[in-house]
Write a protein that binds this ligand. Structure first.
Ligand code: SF4
Ligand code: SF4
Length: 357
Protein backbone atom coordinates (compact mmCIF):
# COMPACT_ATOMS: atom_id res chain seq x y z
CA UNK A 1 0.00 0.00 0.00
CA UNK A 2 1.02 3.64 -0.33
CA UNK A 3 3.36 4.79 2.38
CA UNK A 4 1.03 7.14 4.19
CA UNK A 5 2.55 8.00 7.59
CA UNK A 6 5.42 5.77 6.51
CA UNK A 7 3.54 2.67 7.70
CA UNK A 8 4.55 -0.05 5.31
CA UNK A 9 4.20 -2.91 7.78
CA UNK A 10 7.79 -4.16 7.76
CA UNK A 11 11.08 -2.30 7.96
CA UNK A 12 13.08 -2.40 4.75
CA UNK A 13 16.60 -3.83 5.06
CA UNK A 14 19.31 -1.26 4.52
CA UNK A 15 22.54 -1.80 2.60
CA UNK A 16 24.13 -4.99 1.34
CA UNK A 17 26.13 -7.98 2.62
CA UNK A 18 26.78 -8.05 6.38
CA UNK A 19 24.85 -4.86 6.87
CA UNK A 20 21.75 -6.66 5.57
CA UNK A 21 21.88 -9.03 8.57
CA UNK A 22 22.14 -6.24 11.09
CA UNK A 23 18.82 -5.55 12.85
CA UNK A 24 17.34 -2.16 12.00
CA UNK A 25 17.56 0.18 15.02
CA UNK A 26 14.14 0.65 16.62
CA UNK A 27 13.96 4.36 15.95
CA UNK A 28 14.62 3.80 12.25
CA UNK A 29 11.88 1.20 12.03
CA UNK A 30 9.38 3.60 13.64
CA UNK A 31 6.85 4.49 10.93
CA UNK A 32 6.59 7.99 12.35
CA UNK A 33 10.31 8.65 11.87
CA UNK A 34 9.99 7.37 8.30
CA UNK A 35 7.07 9.67 7.52
CA UNK A 36 7.38 13.01 5.68
CA UNK A 37 5.57 14.60 8.61
CA UNK A 38 8.43 13.86 11.03
CA UNK A 39 10.98 15.51 8.75
CA UNK A 40 8.82 18.55 8.13
CA UNK A 41 8.27 18.91 11.89
CA UNK A 42 11.99 18.59 12.50
CA UNK A 43 12.75 21.19 9.83
CA UNK A 44 10.33 23.76 11.26
CA UNK A 45 11.54 23.07 14.80
CA UNK A 46 15.15 23.71 13.76
CA UNK A 47 14.10 26.83 11.83
CA UNK A 48 12.30 28.11 14.95
CA UNK A 49 15.34 27.42 17.12
CA UNK A 50 17.57 29.31 14.68
CA UNK A 51 15.12 32.23 14.59
CA UNK A 52 15.13 32.27 18.40
CA UNK A 53 18.92 32.31 18.43
CA UNK A 54 18.96 35.11 15.87
CA UNK A 55 16.51 37.13 17.96
CA UNK A 56 18.68 36.56 21.02
CA UNK A 57 21.65 38.04 19.13
CA UNK A 58 19.42 40.95 18.09
CA UNK A 59 18.49 41.55 21.74
CA UNK A 60 22.13 41.36 22.86
CA UNK A 61 23.08 43.93 20.24
CA UNK A 62 20.37 46.24 21.61
CA UNK A 63 21.93 45.99 25.04
CA UNK A 64 25.45 46.88 23.98
CA UNK A 65 25.90 49.80 21.57
CA UNK A 66 29.53 48.69 21.10
CA UNK A 67 28.32 45.55 19.30
CA UNK A 68 27.36 45.74 15.63
CA UNK A 69 23.58 46.00 15.40
CA UNK A 70 22.09 42.63 14.41
CA UNK A 71 18.98 42.89 12.22
CA UNK A 72 15.73 41.65 13.71
CA UNK A 73 14.55 38.33 12.20
CA UNK A 74 11.06 39.10 10.86
CA UNK A 75 10.10 35.40 11.15
CA UNK A 76 9.77 35.93 14.89
CA UNK A 77 6.37 37.47 14.06
CA UNK A 78 5.12 33.90 13.67
CA UNK A 79 5.20 33.76 17.48
CA UNK A 80 2.80 36.69 17.78
CA UNK A 81 -0.59 35.24 16.82
CA UNK A 82 -2.66 37.76 18.81
CA UNK A 83 -0.86 40.69 17.21
CA UNK A 84 -1.27 39.01 13.80
CA UNK A 85 -4.96 38.35 14.41
CA UNK A 86 -5.35 42.05 15.25
CA UNK A 87 -3.54 42.97 12.02
CA UNK A 88 -5.86 40.75 9.99
CA UNK A 89 -9.01 42.20 11.56
CA UNK A 90 -7.63 45.70 10.95
CA UNK A 91 -6.93 44.79 7.31
CA UNK A 92 -10.50 43.52 6.89
CA UNK A 93 -11.99 46.61 8.54
CA UNK A 94 -9.80 49.30 6.99
CA UNK A 95 -8.28 47.74 3.89
CA UNK A 96 -4.82 48.67 5.22
CA UNK A 97 -2.04 46.12 5.68
CA UNK A 98 0.04 47.53 8.55
CA UNK A 99 3.82 47.59 8.51
CA UNK A 100 4.45 47.05 12.23
CA UNK A 101 4.47 43.23 12.08
CA UNK A 102 3.97 42.50 8.35
CA UNK A 103 5.52 39.03 8.43
CA UNK A 104 3.06 38.10 11.18
CA UNK A 105 0.11 39.17 9.06
CA UNK A 106 1.44 37.23 6.05
CA UNK A 107 2.14 34.04 7.99
CA UNK A 108 -1.08 34.15 10.02
CA UNK A 109 -3.18 34.64 6.87
CA UNK A 110 -1.39 31.85 5.01
CA UNK A 111 -1.87 29.49 7.95
CA UNK A 112 -5.60 30.28 8.03
CA UNK A 113 -5.89 29.78 4.26
CA UNK A 114 -4.06 26.49 4.61
CA UNK A 115 -6.44 25.37 7.37
CA UNK A 116 -9.34 26.11 5.04
CA UNK A 117 -7.72 24.42 2.04
CA UNK A 118 -6.18 21.39 3.72
CA UNK A 119 -7.36 21.25 7.34
CA UNK A 120 -5.45 21.85 10.57
CA UNK A 121 -2.14 20.39 9.45
CA UNK A 122 -0.29 23.37 10.90
CA UNK A 123 -0.67 21.81 14.37
CA UNK A 124 0.80 18.42 13.51
CA UNK A 125 3.21 19.36 10.71
CA UNK A 126 4.57 22.83 11.51
CA UNK A 127 3.97 24.24 14.99
CA UNK A 128 7.07 23.69 17.19
CA UNK A 129 4.90 23.62 20.32
CA UNK A 130 2.79 20.86 18.73
CA UNK A 131 5.95 18.96 17.81
CA UNK A 132 7.45 19.23 21.30
CA UNK A 133 4.12 18.29 22.81
CA UNK A 134 3.93 15.19 20.59
CA UNK A 135 7.51 14.21 21.39
CA UNK A 136 6.95 14.77 25.11
CA UNK A 137 4.03 12.40 24.96
CA UNK A 138 6.05 9.77 23.08
CA UNK A 139 8.73 10.07 25.75
CA UNK A 140 6.09 9.79 28.47
CA UNK A 141 4.67 6.67 26.85
CA UNK A 142 8.05 4.98 26.87
CA UNK A 143 8.72 6.12 30.46
CA UNK A 144 5.36 5.07 31.87
CA UNK A 145 4.79 2.16 29.50
CA UNK A 146 1.31 3.43 28.65
CA UNK A 147 -0.68 6.41 27.44
CA UNK A 148 -3.07 8.19 29.76
CA UNK A 149 -6.30 9.69 28.52
CA UNK A 150 -8.84 11.67 30.47
CA UNK A 151 -12.35 10.21 30.75
CA UNK A 152 -14.80 11.54 28.15
CA UNK A 153 -16.57 14.13 30.31
CA UNK A 154 -13.52 15.95 31.74
CA UNK A 155 -11.94 15.65 28.31
CA UNK A 156 -14.90 17.41 26.66
CA UNK A 157 -15.05 20.08 29.40
CA UNK A 158 -11.33 20.78 29.17
CA UNK A 159 -11.45 20.93 25.37
CA UNK A 160 -13.91 23.78 25.73
CA UNK A 161 -11.22 25.87 27.47
CA UNK A 162 -9.36 26.62 24.23
CA UNK A 163 -12.58 27.78 22.58
CA UNK A 164 -13.34 30.03 25.54
CA UNK A 165 -9.87 31.57 25.26
CA UNK A 166 -10.36 32.00 21.51
CA UNK A 167 -13.80 33.54 22.10
CA UNK A 168 -12.32 36.00 24.58
CA UNK A 169 -9.65 37.21 22.13
CA UNK A 170 -12.03 37.18 19.15
CA UNK A 171 -14.66 39.28 20.95
CA UNK A 172 -12.05 41.73 22.22
CA UNK A 173 -10.35 42.18 18.85
CA UNK A 174 -13.30 42.11 16.46
CA UNK A 175 -15.19 44.46 18.79
CA UNK A 176 -12.60 47.22 18.34
CA UNK A 177 -13.12 49.97 15.81
CA UNK A 178 -10.63 50.46 12.96
CA UNK A 179 -9.27 53.53 14.80
CA UNK A 180 -8.87 51.53 18.01
CA UNK A 181 -7.10 48.74 16.16
CA UNK A 182 -4.81 51.24 14.46
CA UNK A 183 -3.92 52.77 17.82
CA UNK A 184 -3.20 49.35 19.32
CA UNK A 185 -1.13 48.14 16.36
CA UNK A 186 1.02 51.28 16.29
CA UNK A 187 1.27 51.55 20.08
CA UNK A 188 4.42 50.74 22.03
CA UNK A 189 2.95 47.56 23.53
CA UNK A 190 2.36 45.90 20.16
CA UNK A 191 5.48 47.26 18.48
CA UNK A 192 7.83 45.53 20.90
CA UNK A 193 5.67 42.62 22.03
CA UNK A 194 8.32 40.27 20.58
CA UNK A 195 10.85 41.73 22.98
CA UNK A 196 8.41 41.32 25.86
CA UNK A 197 7.97 37.67 25.01
CA UNK A 198 11.74 37.30 24.78
CA UNK A 199 12.10 38.88 28.22
CA UNK A 200 9.59 36.39 29.62
CA UNK A 201 11.82 33.46 28.67
CA UNK A 202 15.31 35.03 28.73
CA UNK A 203 15.16 35.40 32.51
CA UNK A 204 12.09 33.43 33.51
CA UNK A 205 10.32 34.22 36.76
CA UNK A 206 9.34 31.49 39.21
CA UNK A 207 5.78 31.71 37.85
CA UNK A 208 6.95 31.21 34.24
CA UNK A 209 9.11 28.23 35.24
CA UNK A 210 6.29 26.70 37.26
CA UNK A 211 3.79 27.05 34.42
CA UNK A 212 6.23 25.54 31.90
CA UNK A 213 7.10 22.67 34.27
CA UNK A 214 3.42 21.87 34.86
CA UNK A 215 2.71 21.91 31.11
CA UNK A 216 5.69 19.64 30.41
CA UNK A 217 4.59 17.20 33.12
CA UNK A 218 1.03 17.16 31.78
CA UNK A 219 2.29 16.72 28.21
CA UNK A 220 4.36 13.70 29.25
CA UNK A 221 1.28 12.04 30.69
CA UNK A 222 -1.58 13.22 28.48
CA UNK A 223 -1.38 13.22 24.69
CA UNK A 224 -1.15 16.70 23.16
CA UNK A 225 -2.25 18.38 26.41
CA UNK A 226 -1.53 21.94 25.31
CA UNK A 227 -2.94 21.56 21.79
CA UNK A 228 -6.02 19.61 22.81
CA UNK A 229 -7.11 21.71 25.76
CA UNK A 230 -5.49 25.11 25.88
CA UNK A 231 -4.28 26.49 22.55
CA UNK A 232 -6.65 29.16 21.15
CA UNK A 233 -4.68 29.23 17.89
CA UNK A 234 -5.39 25.53 17.34
CA UNK A 235 -9.04 26.17 18.23
CA UNK A 236 -9.28 28.85 15.52
CA UNK A 237 -7.60 26.64 12.92
CA UNK A 238 -9.88 23.74 13.88
CA UNK A 239 -13.00 25.86 13.36
CA UNK A 240 -11.73 27.13 10.00
CA UNK A 241 -10.78 23.59 8.94
CA UNK A 242 -14.38 22.43 9.38
CA UNK A 243 -15.21 24.33 6.18
CA UNK A 244 -12.39 22.62 4.25
CA UNK A 245 -13.33 20.56 1.19
CA UNK A 246 -10.69 18.03 2.28
CA UNK A 247 -11.26 15.48 5.03
CA UNK A 248 -10.20 12.02 6.06
CA UNK A 249 -12.78 9.86 4.30
CA UNK A 250 -13.62 6.20 4.87
CA UNK A 251 -14.99 4.01 2.11
CA UNK A 252 -17.32 1.59 3.88
CA UNK A 253 -17.10 -0.88 0.92
CA UNK A 254 -13.35 -1.33 1.41
CA UNK A 255 -13.36 -0.99 5.21
CA UNK A 256 -13.35 -4.22 7.25
CA UNK A 257 -14.20 -2.47 10.51
CA UNK A 258 -10.96 -3.51 12.23
CA UNK A 259 -10.79 -0.20 14.13
CA UNK A 260 -7.04 0.32 13.70
CA UNK A 261 -7.62 3.86 12.42
CA UNK A 262 -9.52 4.85 15.57
CA UNK A 263 -6.85 3.38 17.80
CA UNK A 264 -4.10 5.18 15.85
CA UNK A 265 -5.71 8.62 16.04
CA UNK A 266 -3.72 11.00 18.20
CA UNK A 267 -6.81 13.05 18.80
CA UNK A 268 -9.20 10.33 19.91
CA UNK A 269 -11.40 10.54 16.83
CA UNK A 270 -13.43 7.40 16.16
CA UNK A 271 -12.49 7.28 12.47
CA UNK A 272 -13.88 3.77 11.99
CA UNK A 273 -17.40 4.98 12.76
CA UNK A 274 -17.67 7.95 10.42
CA UNK A 275 -17.76 8.38 6.66
CA UNK A 276 -15.79 11.64 6.82
CA UNK A 277 -13.87 13.17 9.73
CA UNK A 278 -15.31 16.64 10.24
CA UNK A 279 -14.00 17.11 13.77
CA UNK A 280 -12.07 20.36 14.41
CA UNK A 281 -9.64 18.19 16.39
CA UNK A 282 -8.36 16.44 13.23
CA UNK A 283 -4.84 17.69 12.51
CA UNK A 284 -4.32 15.86 9.20
CA UNK A 285 -1.53 13.82 10.78
CA UNK A 286 -2.24 10.75 8.58
CA UNK A 287 -1.77 8.33 11.49
CA UNK A 288 -5.17 6.76 10.81
CA UNK A 289 -4.52 6.49 7.07
CA UNK A 290 -1.12 4.92 7.73
CA UNK A 291 -2.58 2.41 10.19
CA UNK A 292 -5.28 1.20 7.83
CA UNK A 293 -4.37 -2.15 6.22
CA UNK A 294 -6.88 -1.71 3.38
CA UNK A 295 -5.39 0.37 0.52
CA UNK A 296 -8.69 1.92 -0.57
CA UNK A 297 -10.53 2.27 2.73
CA UNK A 298 -9.14 5.56 4.04
CA UNK A 299 -7.85 8.69 2.34
CA UNK A 300 -7.43 12.40 2.94
CA UNK A 301 -9.22 13.94 0.00
CA UNK A 302 -12.26 15.72 -1.36
CA UNK A 303 -15.76 14.26 -1.37
CA UNK A 304 -16.66 12.02 -4.30
CA UNK A 305 -14.23 10.05 -6.45
CA UNK A 306 -11.02 8.58 -5.13
CA UNK A 307 -8.80 11.67 -5.15
CA UNK A 308 -6.33 11.75 -2.31
CA UNK A 309 -3.59 13.98 -1.03
CA UNK A 310 -0.64 11.78 -0.12
CA UNK A 311 1.57 12.71 2.87
CA UNK A 312 4.31 13.62 0.41
CA UNK A 313 1.96 15.97 -1.45
CA UNK A 314 0.86 17.43 1.90
CA UNK A 315 4.50 18.06 2.79
CA UNK A 316 5.09 19.83 -0.54
CA UNK A 317 1.94 21.91 -0.07
CA UNK A 318 3.02 22.90 3.43
CA UNK A 319 6.47 23.96 2.28
CA UNK A 320 5.04 25.89 -0.67
CA UNK A 321 2.50 27.71 1.51
CA UNK A 322 4.67 28.48 4.52
CA UNK A 323 8.19 28.72 3.10
CA UNK A 324 8.02 29.68 -0.60
CA UNK A 325 5.04 32.07 -0.53
CA UNK A 326 6.43 34.10 2.40
CA UNK A 327 9.63 34.52 0.39
CA UNK A 328 7.54 36.17 -2.34
CA UNK A 329 6.25 38.71 0.21
CA UNK A 330 9.80 39.28 1.40
CA UNK A 331 10.91 39.89 -2.19
CA UNK A 332 8.03 42.34 -2.65
CA UNK A 333 9.23 44.29 0.40
CA UNK A 334 6.32 43.49 2.71
CA UNK A 335 8.13 41.59 5.43
CA UNK A 336 10.30 43.64 7.84
CA UNK A 337 8.94 45.84 10.61
CA UNK A 338 9.03 49.62 10.31
CA UNK A 339 9.68 49.95 14.07
CA UNK A 340 12.94 51.89 14.45
CA UNK A 341 15.79 50.14 16.24
CA UNK A 342 15.88 53.17 18.55
CA UNK A 343 12.42 52.17 19.88
CA UNK A 344 13.64 48.66 20.51
CA UNK A 345 16.72 50.03 22.31
CA UNK A 346 14.57 52.29 24.47
CA UNK A 347 12.28 49.48 25.46
CA UNK A 348 15.19 47.12 26.08
CA UNK A 349 16.78 49.69 28.38
CA UNK A 350 13.48 50.06 30.27
CA UNK A 351 13.27 46.29 30.69
CA UNK A 352 16.85 46.12 31.95
CA UNK A 353 16.06 48.75 34.59
CA UNK A 354 13.41 46.49 36.08
CA UNK A 355 15.69 43.45 35.96
CA UNK A 356 14.71 41.94 32.57
CA UNK A 357 16.23 40.29 30.67
S1 SF4 B 1 -8.52 11.52 12.12
FE1 SF4 B 1 -6.62 10.72 11.23
S2 SF4 B 1 -5.60 12.52 10.36
FE2 SF4 B 1 -7.18 13.27 11.76
S3 SF4 B 1 -6.06 13.55 13.71
FE3 SF4 B 1 -6.98 11.47 13.73
S4 SF4 B 1 -5.32 10.16 12.97
FE4 SF4 B 1 -4.78 12.27 12.41
S1 SF4 C 1 -8.32 0.82 9.76
FE1 SF4 C 1 -9.18 0.83 7.66
S2 SF4 C 1 -10.24 -1.13 7.51
FE2 SF4 C 1 -9.86 -0.80 9.70
S3 SF4 C 1 -11.73 0.25 10.46
FE3 SF4 C 1 -10.32 1.86 9.88
S4 SF4 C 1 -10.84 2.35 7.75
FE4 SF4 C 1 -11.77 0.36 8.20
Amino acid sequence: MADHEGHSGTARPEGQGNRANRPTPRWRADPYVRSPRFWIQLGFLLASALTGLHFHRFALSLADPALPQVTRPAEVDAWLPISSFTSLVYLLKSGVANTVHPAGLVLFTLILVMAFAARRGFCSWVCPVGTLSEWAHRLGESLFGRAYALPRLPDALLRAVKYLLLGFFAVMITGMSAEGLHAFIHGAYNRVCDLKMYALFARPSVTTLTVVAVLVALSLAVKNFWCRYLCPYGALLGLVSMASPLAVRRDSRACTGCGRCSRACQNRIDVARVRAVRSPECTACYACVGACPEPDALRLGPAGGRGRLTPFAYAVLTLAALVLLPQAFRALGYWDTDTPVADYRRFFAALSEVGHP
